[in-house]
Design a protein around this ligand. Sequence first.
Ligand code: T46
Length: 187
Amino acid sequence: MSKFKFVDTGIKDLYIIEPNVFGDNRGYFMETYNKQDFLQAGLTMEFVQDNESKSSKGVLRGLHFQTQHTQGKLVRVTSGEVFDVAVDLRKGSPTYGQWKGVLLTEENKKQFYVPEGFAHGFLVVSDEAVFNYKCTDFYAPEFEGGVMWNDPDIGVEWPLEGINDIILSDKDEKHKSFKELDLPFKY
Ligand SMILES: Cc1cn([C@H]2C[C@H](O)[C@@H](COP(=O)(O)OP(=O)(O)O[C@H]3O[C@H](C)C(=O)[C@H](O)[C@H]3O)O2)c(=O)[nH]c1=O
C-alpha cells in the first residue's frame, strides 16, 4: 500500500501529493519521497538537486522556469504556509496557459509535483515560510526565464488578503508577459 496519495489536479502530469503521516505521542514520522511508490504511481522522474529557501510574509518568488535543463519540482513547506502555483506552458497542451494553485503548509504537509514545461512560483502567506524542493535537473542560470506573477492572461488568483505589499526580487519585477513568451516546451 503506497505511503502517498497522488491527487489529480485536472492538469496532466501535475499532482498534489499527500504523504502518510504516522503520529504518536512523540510527534510524527513520514516518508517525504519514495522512488518505489512514485514509480508505482507512474511518476518516473529522477531528482538530482534539493533546494531550500526561507522567506517572509508577502514574498513572492516566481513565476520561474528554465528553457533548457528544464526542471520538474517536488515542492513542500516545512515551516509556515505558502500559496504555490504552477502554470502549464507546454505548447499543444489542452491546459496551455492554465494555472493551478495549492496551499502548502507545515500542517497539511501536502506536496506539489510541478512537471517540466511549467512556470512555478509561490507567495508566502504566513509570517515566515521555509520551502523545500527536489529538482529533476540542475540549476542553469544561463537558461533561467520567467513570466510576470500578475500577468492578466494567466490570471492567477493570489490570496492577497492581509498582505500589504508583495516583495519581489529585482529579477521578478521585470519578467515577460505571457503573450511575449516563445518557449520550447512540448506537451
Ligand atoms: C534557484 C537557485 C538559485 N541559486 C542561487 C542564485 C542566487 O544567488 C540565489 C537566489 O536565487 P533566486 O533569486 O533565483 O532564487 P528564487 O527566486 O527562490 O528562485 C527559485 O524560485 C522559484 C520558486 C523556483 O521554482 C525556482 O527553483 C527558482 O527560480 O541562489 C542557486 O545557487 N541554485 C539554485 O538552484
